[in-house]
Design a protein around this ligand. Structure first.
Ligand SMILES: [Zn+2]
Length: 425
């Protein structure tokens, strides 16, 4: 007995010395919006120097203002590189606390015999496993007009999982509405928003004739988390992780930016990074992330089937509605007028719900240059009639770590935007 006690106390003391989590603690870290020096004469790459000092660059690619999260002991070195800096948050750790605890799925029988997730799902954030449970539970309530779909496998072997929803024409009978969420791992509000789209389409089909019409007109393919490894990593290790978890032999840095990895115009410079340590690392070869391979294959299948009427890549933050092109600010897509018309309707519909103001325009000239981004590829190679990037709330106050209290208002106003798009395209 004494021996057992000693062993137990040894085990306890060992447990106390081994860290139980390697999760980054952002307590005391600051979020800053810094103004970059105008065209510096030297060959110094100030943005790269800032990125090396910062824990994360939140909006990599923006040419004037960078939003960064920086450890307290690096603040002085970083601000010395820039012409101006404004504090967005004095304590990123406190922002993270406002996201609340991860909550499990709650079910309700409101929509029929089979219990499906209730609307309280959209009042908290959730674990990766619970997001899969949500999709499975939702689908189980509507087996006649939905199925779980998969579109490839991640670096670490997770399945890219989504839901296919159809109406009275039957499965696969209508043009596709393709929606991706969470390609950037830290953009948690986009998981919630794309799931809300699926939840609304299915749970309102029987009771709301306008929703029924939307579902009867199209086949929906919604993948709430297209970067599952990155998303899991934001929950286990680093809340502000962006990329996937792919390695390269030439570097100890991890991760490709899946949204700089699409093949169309991938080879051009200035819209992504060739450095594996940067937030926008494009990969070694066009389309060389397994996630992109899966997504690309699905795009080709839908293109060669009933065609893609609308593609939405849901991101945060910034409140933008963006369309091609990202790769060149001087090239105008031939359907620019149609893109602008639908974009303006979506902008109005979102603003009408709770006043949230979005900026609209072509991706490169409105926000920044991007090569290998989804919308350029899916417009040009996927032959989508419309391909948009939506950057959801906010404009930097909370950034990616939107408080739990803003989930419900965000998903509702964005749903209004989706309804507007679906009735306009
Ligand atoms: Zn993003």
């Amino acid at each position: 007995m004494k021996c057992l006690l000693i062993l137990t106390s040894v085990a306890l003391s060992l447990a106390a010395t081994i860290p139980t989590s390697t999760k980054v603690d952002y307590s005391g870290f600051k979020a800053l919006r810094v103004t970059l020096p105008k065209a510096n004469k030297s060959t110094r790459n100030i943005e790269a120097e800032i990125e090396a000092l910062a824990a994360h660059v939140l909006n990599p690619g923006v040419t004037e203002h960078l939003d960064v999260v920086v450890a307290p002991d690096q603040v002085d070195a970083l601000t010395a590189l820039v012409t101006e800096s404004k504090v967005l948050s004095e304590d990123v750790g406190a922002l993270l606390a406002q996201e609340g605890e991860l909550a499990p799925v709650e079910r309700t029988y409101d929509f029929g015999i089979q219990a499906v997730p209730s609307e309280t799902w959209f009042t908290a954030y959730h674990s990766y496993a619970d997001h899969l449970t949500f999709l499975n539970d939702l689908q189980a309530g509507f087996t006649n007009q939905s199925e779980i779909i998969t579109t490839g496998t991640s670096v670490q072997g997770r399945t890219l999982t989504g839901i296919h929803i159809w109406g009275n024409g039957g499965k696969g009978s209508k043009p596709a509405i393709l929606i991706h969420g969470t390609v950037h791992a830290r953009e948690w509000i986009t998981t919630m928003t794309t799931e809300y789209f699926a939840w609304q389409l299915l749970t309102k089909y029987a009771s709301d004739s306008s929703v029924k019409a939307l579902v009867d007109n199209y086949d929906y393919y919604i993948i709430p988390i297209v970067n599952p490894d990155g998303f899991a990593y934001t929950q286990s290790n680093d809340r502000l992780w962006r990329k996937n978890r792919q390695t390269v032999s030439s570097s100890t840095c991890v991760g490709r930016d899946i949204n700089r990895n699409w093949p169309f115009k991938w080879e051009l410079t200035n819209g992504a990074s060739t450095n594996p340590c940067r937030e926008t690392y494009k990969g070694q070869v066009a389309g060389d992330s397994p996630e992109n391979l899966g997504l690309r294959t699905q795009v080709n299948t839908l293109r060669d089937g009933k065609g893609i009427r609308l593609y939405l890549d849901i991101h945060s933050y910034g409140q933008y509605i963006l369309w091609p092109f990202g790769y060149d600010c001087n090239v105008v897509v031939d359907t620019d007028a149609a893109y602008r018309s639908v974009g303006a309707k979506v902008q109005s519909a979102i603003r009408a719900v709770s006043g949230t103001a979005y900026t609209i325009g072509p991706s490169c000239s409105t926000l920044y240059a991007t090569t290998g981004a989804s919308v350029d590829h899916i417009d040009q190679v996927g032959n989508a009639s419309y391909a948009y990037t939506w950057e959801l709330r906010d404009t930097g106050t909370n950034g990616f770590t939107l408080p739990a209290s803003q989930i419900s208002p965000t998903v509702k106003e964005t749903w209004a935007g989706l309804v507007s798009a679906l009735t306009s395209v």
